[in-house]
Design a protein around this ligand. Structure first.
Ligand code: SF4
Length: 182
């Protein structure tokens, strides 16, 4: 089992992750405070996407679902920006991170060792250019839809720090974090 998990870390790095580590889900710190941050809608995605609150489901339900998995793979991508105002650079970095997330997911799935995998990433689900939530219709691709780590009330700083991964990586960089539970 340990060898399998070590291989997952290697696969994540081969897929484009800068850092990756294995964790026990029992070590993940959950707090409803992160859900309240979603409700304050600073990102503008509250109530517009099935994978963001409130559509993604109640905090306690999502926490219980996450804790039904025993282990996880956390990964981080780090991207250089021109300066701290490089908004376009941050957008491109988020796209790159999304690609890495999908590459790792495909790699874990192709391995076939895990019956069920819960992938959590950054921000709203980006599969469709316009989420059906806004039209009151069901999610178009439930098998592809991905919720954020924060929507599950997970403390991302504690998540990475607990694995020896720095949350911040210096001036003029942006770092993103994704998580797979299995
Ligand atoms: S797959 Fe499409 S419809 Fe479903 S949550 Fe994602 S963006 Fe919305």
């Amino acid at each position: 089992m340990k060898d399998n998990l070590d291989q997952l870390v290697e696969k994540a790095k081969e897929s484009g992750a800068t850092r990756a580590a294995i964790l026990n889900t029992s070590d993940i710190r959950f707090s409803e405070e992160f859900r309240r941050a979603c409700e304050r809608n600073t990102c503008g995605k509250y109530g517009v996407n099935w994978m963001c609150p409130p559509g993604v489901g109640p905090f306690e339900e999502l926490k219980a679902k996450a804790l039904s998995f025993s282990r996880g793979l956390v990964f981080q991508t780090i991207h250089q920006l021109e300066d701290s105002f490089d908004f376009e650079g941050a957008v491109q970095a988020a796209k790159k991170h999304e690609e890495v997330f999908r590459n790792i997911l495909a790699s874990i799935r192709s391995d076939g060792s895990f019956q069920e995998i819960l992938g959590l990433n950054v921000g709203e689900c980006k599969v469709c250019s316009k989420c059906t939530y806004l039209d009151g219709e069901e999610c178009r691709y439930p098998d592809k839809a991905v919720a954020s780590v924060e929507s599950h009330g997970i403390d991302v700083n504690a998540l990475v720090s607990g694995c020896g991964i720095p949350y911040n990586n210096g001036p003029n960089t942006v770092s993103y974090v994704g998580l797979f539970l299995f």
